[in-house]
Write a protein that binds this ligand. Structure first.
Ligand code: PLP
Length: 281
């Protein structure tokens, strides 16, 4: 992942498509990592690019986006205000809106995450997959990837999927726990996991439908567990940003609950470490 997050998978497909259709300018909005990925691949495609980010985004993420030559627009306000500003700019001009949230081609890239796991395990899948969820681009990639493998007859069934939201901003968890079919927006109570802090996920209903079809579980990453989980990962040689540590924090709680309930540990389980530690400042 050249820009140090999984967003490269989707951004590569979006930038290739933008070049294919002759786009002369790209607009995107992000809490940081998708912006960096789109800026990098836009640069490779030779297309000028504007990236909208909330002004509270980690300074290093903003510096990374700017380093690829993108024009960084910081927006005072929420992540949703940032998306609105980008949409407005995209609807005014002739730019290609390379949103990882709106543009479905992004999932064609994130699907490769699932394919790679399948290949890495020698043509099968682990018993359990943990997947962080904010806007659901990795989760939906996993879902469509699973459906592809099933349609090709390469897997007999789906693995257990455990979706992770941050305790401080968990609209999908709330909707899932309440058995709802749509996601009501929440107020972000503050979370260390900025990469999954999506208070009003645009694809909420689609994410819930995918979770139902996969018979997934949805769990919370305890805020107080994120910093210790980050340290624990570093002690094992993995330096990750807090959002990535949130998935591990959720796993540790899930594991201790499942041990306490007398369940045996799964034989194989994959946790994605979605963003590198140098991103955070
Ligand atoms: C984007 C991102 C996520 C979550 O992806 P969504 O598409 O918002 O669900 C998780 N971790 C990191 C580090 C990210 O950059």
């Amino acid at each position: 992942m050249p820009t140090l997050s999984f967003k490269d998978r989707g951004a590569a497909v979006l930038a290739a498509h933008a070049r294919h259709i002759g786009a002369r300018r790209i607009i995107q909005d992000s809490s940081g990592n998708a912006g960096a990925a789109v800026a990098a691949y836009a640069a490779r495609a030779g297309i000028p690019c504007e990236i909208y980010v909330p002004s509270k985004t980690s300074r290093r993420k903003i510096a990374q986006i700017a380093s690829y030559g993108a024009d960084v627009k910081t927006v005072d306000g929420t992540r949703e205000d940032t998306a609105a500003a980008a949409l407005e700019a995209a609807s005014r001009g002739d730019a290609f809106y390379a949103s990882h949230v709106y543009n479905p081609l992004f999932f064609q890239g994130t699907k490769t995450y699932l394919y790679e796991i399948y290949e890495g395990f020698g043509g099968r899948l682990p018993e359990v997959l943990f997947v962080p969820v904010g806007n659901g681009t990795l989760l939906l990639g996993v879902f469509y990837g699973l459906k592809d493998l099933a349609a090709l007859g390469l897997i007999g069934g789906f693995p257990r999927v455990v979706a992770v939201q941050a305790q401080g901003c968990a609209p999908i968890y709330a909707a899932w726990a309440g058995g709802a079919e749509t996601v009501a927006p929440v107020v972000n109570q503050g979370t260390k996991a900025e990469g999954i802090a999506i208070a009003a996920p645009m694809r909420g209903a689609q994410i819930l439908a995918a979770l139902r079809e996969m018979r997934a579980e949805v769990v919370l990453a305890p805020e107080a567990g994120i910093a210790p989980a980050r340290k624990a990962l570093a002690a094992r040689g993995f330096f990750v940003e807090p959002t990535a540590a949130a998935t591990y924090a959720a796993f540790l709680e899930w594991e201790s609950k499942s041990t306490a309930a007398g369940h045996s540990a799964p034989g194989t389980l994959v946790l994605p470490l979605c963003g590198a530690g140098l991103k955070d400042a």
